[in-house]
Each structure stands twice: as structure tokens, then as C-alpha cells.
Write a protein that binds this ligand. Structure first.
Ligand code: ADP
Length: 402
């Protein structure tokens, strides 16, 4: 009876038995569907548990006042347990998936937040790298590592700006100091060239004069850079016959360009623009000088002039080494030279920087189209350039000019 009582309370007990002190079966119980089993087989006295045919056998000694009276044996069905384990596994799996999904979502949000700020810092760094404008600062927001990084970067920009200022000051002072003695050297050489009778000595003096002129050009470039930096490059605007300006400049340049034929292409515009004649001439000479310098194998350079409703466009075309796409915006930075292409050709990387500044002050643009073997520089000058300039500088006010 005692054993059958189990049926109500614990239906997972399939068999039960009580063994006496000699391990003989005293009483047994079996749930109806289950087969009878022999609990005494392989049993040694004492407490035991073992798995047989995926079921659990439990032997528990019956002890009274220290005396062993017998053993209770149970054979228990484990399917309930495995159902519980399965359910718990499923719950654990669901929790795991939800946890991983949540962690992934959180990581995604954090990564978006961090990478958006990091990317904008990287973009800003790239922008600074390509434009060479070190005066702006990056505003990051927040108080994390990214903001520390941007503070460090901003400090670096400050240091670069400061050292550039010192360099500009030095360039300004040095070129001023060099100009005076060089002018005197040039003057003496010119006198010497005229007086010298000996052909050989005359040639030496001419060579010295040529180099003094090169030095003078460099000093004037450095002085221009100084003026641009300190905002002192002022334009002297007059009415300029653009056809005549181009023809005269080409003629003057042709004298020194021994290897190249400078060809004037296109129609005569018969137009005047308000511009600084000397400065536009300087731009043109610079572009022609580059066109011949960077096309050592070529024989010609073509200059053409066109006009639209709003602007005139000067195009200088050469058939030289070309400028790679990624370099085209950089060559307008000061002291920038395309390394692998122009390493063996002398220059300081100042010409295009000055040209760009002069043309921008005329409210025009200068741009490049180039591939290997062909470079085109386009200088656009608005027909209203002079009027815009005058109004901006409050020299005169022309009603309706804009
Ligand atoms: P510089 O000629 O004194 O180096 P510039 O400012 O005039 O300085 O030119 C900057 C750089 O642009 C040059 O060093 C050269 O690498 C490149 N460049 C300019 N014009 C040309 C051209 N017509 N063809 C090829 N490269 C050019």
C-alpha cells in the first residue's frame, strides 16, 4: 500500500521496492504499463544512484537508531525532467537570441553615433589636407575620446598656422632684404654687358644676368606671396584691350621660349575688360612658362580666347607631361609641386598659387583639364570683373553694375 501510494503523488515512479537487511525483496510496486524489474541485480549495500535504459535507479538505506533495516529502491521516469530541460533550453535560447539582438542593436546605434562623428572628423582632416586651410577648427561636441582627438587635431592646426605665420614673416623680410642688393647687382651687370668688348667675357656676364633675372623673379613671387598672405595685394584696375594684351604677352614670351612656338588660336574678340593689366599679364606669362617648362618634348603651345555673354575665357594648351586628376586641385596650393613628374624640373610651386589669387580677386576662375600628353588651363574673367571689384573696394559706385 505504501508503495502504491506513490502512484498518486509521483506518477513518474515506474517501479519501487523495499529490500530487507539481507537484500531480499520485501515489497514491490509497479505502475501498470511498466515492466517489473529486479532491483537486487548488481546492487551493493549502501546509497546508490544509477541510470539504466535512460531511467534513474535510486537506492536509499532505511536506518533506525543506527541499525540498517533495509533499502528503498525507486525506478524513476526521466521524460518529465527532459521536457523541463527542453523547455528551459528553449527559454534560454530565446533569451540568448533576444540578448544578442539587443546587443547588436545597441552596438549598431553606438557605432552609428561614433562612426558618424569619426567620419566627419576624417572628412574635415581630408579637407584640411587638400585645401591647406589650417585656420578652421573641428567642432566635435561631447566629452569622449573623439572630442579629445579633435582637440589634439585643432591644437596641431594652431601650431601649423603659427609656424606658417612665422615662415610668412620670414619670407616677407628675407625677400625685401634680398631685393635691394639684387637690383644693384643686376644694374652693374647690365652696365658691364654693354661695356664689355671681349666676346667670351660678355657671354659670362650675360649668363650672370640671366641668373640674376631668375633670382629676381623668385623674389618677386615671394613678395607677392607675402602680399597675398597679409591681404596687401591690391589690383590696379584699368580698361584693358584683351586681344592686344594676349598678343603682346605672347610676343614678349616668344623671345625667351626658344624651343616652343606659341600659337595664338581663335578669333579676335575686340573686347575690353576692366582688369589689372600687369597682373593678368603675369598670370599669362606664368601659364606659358609652365606650359613650355612641363612639355620638354613638345614643339608648340596654343593660346586661344573665347567669349560668352558673361565672361572671356583664355585657354593655354600644352602637349607635355600632364597633371594627374588627384593633383589638379592641389597644384594651386602654395609651395605645392607634383613630385614624381616635376622633380627634375626647377620651380618653387608658387606660380599657380599667385595666379589663382589674382584671378579670384578679379572674380574669375582658373581650372585645369589634363591627361597624359595634354594640359589645358582655362582662365575665366567676368566681363563685369572690374565693376564688381570697384564696388567692393568702394573706389567708385556704378549704379546697376551688378
Ligand atoms: P612651379 O612650376 O614653380 O613648380 P607652379 O605653381 O607654377 O610652380 O606649378 C605647381 C606645379 O603644378 C608644378 O610644380 C607642376 O608639378 C604642376 N604644373 C603646373 N603647370 C603644369 C603643366 N602645364 N603641365 C604639367 N604640370 C604642371
Amino acid at each position: 500500500n505504501t508503495l502504491s501510494d506513490h502512484k498518486e503523488v509521483t506518477p513518474e515512479v515506474l517501479n519501487a521496492a523495499i529490500l530487507d537487511a539481507d537484500n531480499k525483496v520485501f515489497a514491490t510496486y509497479s505502475i501498470s504499463e511498466a515492466h517489473n524489474i529486479n532491483f537486487t541485480k548488481g546492487f551493493v549495500k549502501g546509497q546508490q544512484t544509477k541510470f539504466v535504459d535512460k531511467r534513474l535507479l535510486v537506492y536509499k538505506p532505511i536506518v533506525n537508531n543506527g541499525e540498517m533495516l533495509g533499502t528503498i529502491c525507486l525506478r524513476v521516469e526521466l521524460s518529465e525532467l527532459s521536457t523541463i530541460i527542453k523547455t528551459q533550453n528553449t527559454i534560454a535560447l530565446i533569451l540568448l537570441i533576444v540578448g544578442v539582438a539587443l546587443a547588436f542593436l545597441l552596438a549598431l546605434i553606438m557605432q552609428r553615433y561614433i562612426s558618424t562623428r569619426l567620419l566627419s572628423l576624417v572628412n574635415f582632416m581630408n579637407h584640411v589636407g587638400t585645401t591647406g586651410n589650417y585656420k578652421n577648427h573641428f567642432v566635435s561636441g561631447g566629452r569622449d575620446e573623439i572630442s579629445t582627438l579633435s582637440t589634439v587635431f585643432n591644437n596641431l592646426l594652431d601650431q601649423i598656422t603659427e609656424s606658417q605665420q612665422r615662415k610668412d614673416e620670414f619670407i616677407g623680410i628675407a625677400s625685401h632684404e634680398l631685393k635691394t642688393p639684387l637690383t644693384s647687382i643686376k644694374a652693374y651687370l647690365q652696365v658691364l654687358e654693354k661695356r664689355e668688348q671681349d666676346d667670351r667675357n660678355k657671354l659670362y656676364v650675360q649668363k650672370a644676368l640671366e641668373n640674376a633675372k631668375k633670382l629676381e623673379n623668385l623674389i618677386y613671387d615671394l613678395l607677392d606671396v607675402s602680399k597675398i598672405q597679409s591681404g596687401q595685394l591690391v589690383l590696379n584696375m584699368t580698361e584693358v584691350d584683351i586681344d592686344a594684351l594676349i598678343d603682346e604677352t605672347i610676343a614678349a614670351f616668344q623671345i625667351i621660349a626658344k624651343q616652343h612656338k606659341i600659337i595664338r588660336d581663335g578669333v579676335q574678340l575686340n573686347t575690353t575688360i576692366t582688369a589689372d593689366k600687369q597682373r593678368i599679364e603675369q598670370v599669362l606669362i606664368n601659364l606659358l612658362s609652365n606650359a613650355t617648362k612641363y612639355s620638354p618634348e613638345a614643339k608648340k603651345v596654343i593660346v586661344s580666347l573665347t567669349k560668352t555673354a558673361k565672361e572671356i575665357i583664355i585657354k593655354v594648351q600644352d602637349f607635355g607631361i600632364g597633371i594627374a586628376k588627384e593633383e589638379q586641385s592641389k597644384v594651386f596650393n602654395r609651395f605645392y609641386r607634383v613630385k614624381e613628374m616635376s622633380g627634375h624640373i626647377s620651380g618653387f610651386g608658387l606660380g599657380l598659387y599667385i595666379c589663382n589669387d589674382i584671378i579670384t580677386r578679379h572674380h574669375g576662375t582658373i581650372r585645369i583639364e589634363s591627361e597624359t600628353g595634354n594640359t589645358n588651363f582655362f582662365v575665366s574673367l567676368p566681363l563685369m570683373a572690374g565693376k564688381v571689384y570697384e564696388i567692393e573696394n568702394k573706389i567708385v559706385s556704378i549704379p546697376g553694375a551688378l
